[in-house]
Design a protein around this ligand. Structure first.
Ligand code: CMX
Length: 144
């Protein structure tokens, strides 16, 4: 693991949440996108005057009720949904964790934020925390 990449928070309405985080904590969106496969509209937030390599806050709003975020909101309400770590090679880290007996959700990495490659550790195998592994993609600027 390189560092904490981001903490993901499930929200019912992305625009309302963006306004709340900017007004309340001075966090601003450096990136927004829709990921159809994951069923989310999402934004990555940073402190307006924060350190360049700071961990991000990710806001995740559901595109559909039967998406991972839709189900999470239904069951738990808004709140922290995942903890994500930056890794150099998501295939390698996934293999290492599988060898330690943890369940990875995908057989092969899928597309995450900003062209990243991602996989997840099942929350039941990680102390009740959904862990995302993020291998940054070409569109990522978090280490600039
Ligand atoms: N954090 C902690 N625990 C969680 C959880 C979460 N985010 N989501 C579910 N759980 C718990 C459930 O409460 C349930 O616990 P109990 O059995 O004690 O009730 C247990 O995990 C298993 O639940 P499940 O019914 O088997 O599975 P779900 O249908 O709730 O799906 C999960 C859970 C993790 C497999 C699903 O959310 C998933 O596939 N997540 C990965 C994809 C994702 O989160 N995409 C959105 C973000 C996209 C991005 O980051 O780019």
């Amino acid at each position: 693991m390189r560092r904490i990449d981001h903490v993901g928070i499930a929200v019912p309405d992305l625009d309302e949440a963006l306004a709340f985080y900017e007004k309340t904590f001075g966090l601003v969106a450096e990136h927004e996108e829709v990921n159809e496969e994951q069923g989310v509209r999402e934004a990555m937030l940073v402190p307006a005057d924060g350190d360049p390599g700071t961990a991000r806050l990710q806001l995740l709003a559901p595109l559909r009720p039967d998406s991972a975020i839709g189900k999470f909101l239904d069951r738990s309400g808004p709140g922290i949904q995942q903890m994500a770590y930056t890794v150099d090679d998501v295939d390698e880290t996934s293999a290492e964790l599988r060898a330690k007996g943890l369940r990875l959700l995908y057989d092969a990495p899928r597309r995450g934020t900003a062209g990243s490659r991602i996989n997840f550790v099942h929350p039941k195998d990680a102390g009740g925390v959904l862990v995302e592994l993020v291998e940054p993609g070409g569109l990522d600027h978090s280490s600039d």
